[in-house]
Design a protein around this ligand. Sequence first.
Ligand code: SF4
Length: 143
Amino acid sequence: MSMILISACLAGICCKYSGGDNGIAEIRKMYEEGKCIAVCPEVLGGLPTPRPCAEIQQGRVINTEGKDVSEEYRKGALLALQKAEEAGCREAVLKAYSPSCGCGEIYDGSFAHTKIKGNGVFAEMCLEHGIHCISDEEYKERK
Ligand code: SF4
């Protein structure tokens, strides 16, 4: 089985915008056993933790301070993709609804927790490069 790619926050790494993590015990265990690689595209893009929450608005990533952070998101996604490809990942479990990692559904840019169909910047890049992505919610449903 090839190496699985995971959003770092799902492995218990405190890289969430709020400073916390989204750890899932089973994913954390896989990570500790070296069965997956963990990446946080936002941190790789040079953003600090904690950092302002951001959502995608008309193709741009805008944070709650009104700053356009699209370039940091794009740069981090490229670096994270490079790590995934170097590790030979073909499958990913990514954090749902994130403007980076969300796959299938993301927030609509209104900061009102309204979900729409779409992918985060990193998830979109992974899909374009043939990495099969599921969200942590789908992962939990399958268990
Ligand atoms: Fe988690 Fe991805 Fe957000 Fe990083 S960018 S905190 S890995 S959801």
